[in-house]
Write a protein that binds this ligand. Structure first.
Ligand SMILES: [Zn+2]
Length: 357
């Protein structure tokens, strides 16, 4: 199916929804997007697998990256799309083909006030290792370079800035194994973990303000294991903790904090992903926030904006979809919200004062 970018953004979104693109099967949609963009002489179009990147090269002072995934969760009997009472229904309407529709309309801007890089990528809805955006950061990081990134995931049109980082660590208490009938000959490691649990119960998480947004941390036990047999004093007990940390800390700093909390114990980092600063104090991001309006809020989960942050760019989520209906059989998006998103993004990228430092 061909895409006609001249259609209004609602109709264009419906076309995108009707080209099924469950994760791993995005080729038809990636082909259609690539074909439509290659017809635009002001864009350089690049392709890597089922990811399509299109860039302007106007020599502007700033470059903005506008990104969205083109895959969806499995179809739930909700294709083709249908329109009812100003709502467009169907798989991927909210998450996030409405955002992709807005991206495609913005691709038509031949003389934006900032250089633009549009990223359409595959495999966001499945395991992180297969993410098309992760692949691009490894194969072509230069394609993604910019001063600021907007990921058009569903946020109901609000700005969700940055995201928190996450790490898991194992805290181990050691003991000495013994027969439980002669427990005084051993040291009970399960009893030995008590101070760890006590410190977790008494722990007061931070709620730091980062670039003007309030984040909210958490340090919690998410697992505990210990015990050898019903008649043995256990010689090891391990508590797994998950620390969700604000983006003013790196993974290293976050882990150092966990080590400090559990001072005196053996603490081992098992995995972690860094957070992302919202960067709303940067001029380019501040201009974005002013154009979009509303009160930005912090993103408390982990999202793909962290991949841009890892490349040194502030990044936010902001898209027309409603996150509450994403991944549901009744998934839908308000057509008015899509139009509004297109209007505000267009204003931001065409206003006269834009792009000047
Ligand atoms: Zn999504």
């Amino acid at each position: 199916m061909r895409l006609d970018l001249a259609e209004d953004v609602g109709a264009l979104t419906a076309r995108l929804v009707d080209i099924e693109s469950v994760s791993g099967a995005e080729k038809a949609l990636a082909d259609a997007i690539e074909e439509a963009l290659r017809a635009l002489p002001h864009l350089t179009v690049l392709r890597d697998g089922d990811a399509v990147v299109a860039r302007t090269d106007l020599g502007r002072a700033e470059r903005v990256v506008i990104a969205g995934h083109i895959d969806t969760v499995p179809v739930a009997g909700n294709l083709p799309s249908r329109t009812e009472d100003g709502m467009l229904y169907g798989c991927g309407t909210s998450d996030m083909k409405s955002g992709v529709g807005v991206q495609l309309k913005l691709c038509l801007l031949a003389a934006p006030n900032r250089d633009l890089t549009f990223v359409f990528y595959d495999c966001e809805e499945i395991e992180a290792e297969r993410s098309g955006l992760l692949r691009l950061t490894r194969t072509h990081p230069e394609w993604l370079a910019g001063d600021f990134a907007v990921v058009m995931e569903p946020t109901d049109g609000l700005i969700e800035g940055g995201c928190q980082g996450t790490l898991r660590a194992e805290i181990t208490a050691k003991g000495v194994r013994a027969h439980s009938a002669r427990s005084w000959e051993g040291v009970n490691a399960v009893h030995g973990i008590a101070p760890v649990l006590d410190r977790l119960v008494r722990y007061e998480p931070r709620s730091p303000l980062v670039d003007g947004l309030r984040f909210r941390e958490g340090l919690n036990a998410v697992g505990v294991r210990g015990g050898v047999a019903g008649n043995v004093i256990p010689d090891e007990c391990v508590v797994t903790v998950n620390y969700r940390f604000a983006p003013d800390r790196t993974i290293e700093e976050a882990f150092a904090h966990v080590c400090e909390v559990f001072d005196g114990f053996d603490v081992r980092l098992t995995d972690g992903s860094p957070g992302a600063r919202p960067g709303l104090n940067d001029p380019v991001a501040a201009a974005f926030a002013a154009a979009i309006g509303g009160t930005p809020r912090a993103k408390l989960g982990w999202t793909d904006v962290a991949r841009f942050s890892a490349l040194g760019m502030p990044a936010v989520n902001c898209g027309p979809g409603n996150p509450d209906v994403a991944h549901t059989a009744g998934e839908s998006v308000s057509l008015a919200k899509i139009v509004e998103s297109e209007r505000r993004m267009t204003e931001w990228l065409t206003e006269e004062s834009g792009g000047r430092r």
